[in-house]
Ligand binder design. Structure first.
Ligand code: AMP
Ligand code: GLY
Length: 421
């Protein structure tokens, strides 16, 4: 099979590592990729906005499957452009990607198909939003409707905090994403990221992970794209997984098909496991980053035919083989992340840790400069440790981190030590 993978992050590097193991993989391209992915796939200069160029490339190289990593090209309809040319893609259409592209849409879908989620109200002006706030009181969750790179959410514990968040969103802090603002009930419980592969009709559980969003140890400091993750999650046992599938994933997939928005790709459900059971916090329409880096190493079967089956509406309903081993992924960020990451420092010693047993390195924000590897982004490297227990996986990951020569890097020291909040 000839494959084109789109994306440039640690998630795509983890996907490339899994795809490389496939005996059915023939030609393998990535756009734009990064120095880590380029060791596994040929990098091509395509930008995801240029649908015409991607289509022309797929024809020239007889690409059998395009795997779309990030959300932006999905929300912008790349899968539709490819489908119109009969090029198979792993990833939802624009109509289905709205589950992530609009939180209001996601809420509406939950309402229509009785999928458990936090109570909410939707506003287009600050005054009405504040009137609702004063009626409901705090704590309350204030959300910008559109894509805001995971940053358009404020869990407000006080009135002034909630009012300031409403004002900032309507004042354009997140651009057009904040033209519509949602106010939500605050859910209490354990948070978990749940993944399912979907072919438009069927869905198969793909494991779960807990991600750590805050910058600092003990869940302090600003929100980030994610500072680490681990999988499996102890409280996600077979019974809870089945509840998530039967109360959330299957009704959603059936509902989207009924609305002529069939969901193809990976559904990433952000969940709160509350006293009443699992409730949806948000939907994402692609793999999580860095959750994927902690789940894919546990997959004990060929990923490529599964992704192809999603695109061809032929997903087998048999459960996937995920090993009982634990994986802990730690994000190494450039100092100054998220506001002002320092770029250009040199990373040494990566080869040494890549050779360590039970350690997987994925690159996210790196750049080659001759023989040197430089930091070139916020989240720069992801180090995954694999072991028989969470403790063992964690110890391996931190041992590897301690062996990297990159003084300009920063990581949380408590990933996998206790459940995230
Ligand atoms: P989101 O971008 O929707 O995933 O929200 C970011 C984070 O805000 C989530 O990971 C939760 O920790 C928190 N959050 C969002 N909505 C709620 C809610 N209704 N109740 C409690 N926490 C929430
Ligand atoms: N780590 C959260 C995300 O990928 O959105």
């Amino acid at each position: 099979m000839n494959v084109l993978l789109l994306g440039a992050g640690g998630r795509e590097h983890a996907l490339a590592q899994a795809l490389r193991k496939s005996p059915t993989l023939h030609r393998f391209f990535v756009a734009p990729g990064n120095p880590g992915i380029e060791k596994l796939a040929k990098s091509v200069a395509l930008v995801s906005e240029d649908h015409e160029a991607i289509i022309a490339f797929c024809r020239r190289q007889t690409i059998d499957l395009v795997i779309i990593g990030p959300e932006a090209p999905l929300v912008e309809g790349l899968a539709d452009s490819l489908a119109a040319e009969e090029i198979k893609a792993f990833g939802p259409s624009e109509d289905a990607a709205l589950l992530e592209g609009s939180k209001g849409f996601a809420k509406k879908i939950c309402e229509i198909f009785s999928i458990p989620t936090a109570a909410y109200a939707r506003f287009t002006d600050a005054e009405a939003a504040k009137a609702h706030l004063h009626e409901k009181g705090v704590p309350i969750v204030v959300k910008a409707d559109g894509l805001a790179a995971g940053k358009g959410v404020v869990v407000a514990e006080t009135m002034p905090e909630a009012e300031a968040a409403i004002d900032a969103m309507f004042a354009g802090q997140f651009g057009d994403a904040g033209n519509v603002v949602l106010l939500e009930e605050k859910l209490m419980g354990e948070e978990v990221s749940f993944f399912a592969l979907c072919d438009g009709k069927r869905a198969v559980e793909f494991g779960s992970a807990q991600g750590y969003k805050r910058l600092g140890a003990g869940d302090t400091g600003p929100n980030t794209g994610g500072m680490g993750a681990y999988s499996p999650v102890p409280f996600m046992d077979a019974a809870m997984n089945e509840r998530v599938m039967s109360e959330i994933v299957r009704p959603l997939v059936a509902g989207m098909a009924e609305l002529d928005r069939p969901f193809v790709g990976v559904l990433f459900v952000g969940l709160m496991i509350t006293a009443q059971g699992p409730k949806v916090i948000e939907f994402n329409v692609r793999f999580g980053d860095p959750e994927t880096q902690a789940i894919l190493p546990r997959l004990e079967q060929d990923l490529l035919p599964l992704l192809k089956a999603c695109a061809e509406e032929s997903l087998p309903e048999a459960p996937l083989f995920l090993s009982d081993q634990s994986a802990v992924t730690i994000v190494l960020a450039a100092k100054g992340y998220p506001e002002n990451p320092q770029k250009g420092s040199e990373i040494r010693g990566l080869e040494k840790i890549e050779a360590m047993e039970g350690v997987i390195v994925t690159q996210a924000g790196t750049k080659r400069d001759g023989q040197k590897l430089l930091a070139d982004g916020g989240r720069v490297l992801n180090i995954t440790g694999i072991g028989a227990s969470l403790e063992e996986a964690r110890a391996k990951a931190y041992a590897a981190i301690d062996a990297i020569d990159w003084p300009e890097g920063y990581c949380r020291r408590d990933i996998g030590a206790k459940p995230a909040k």
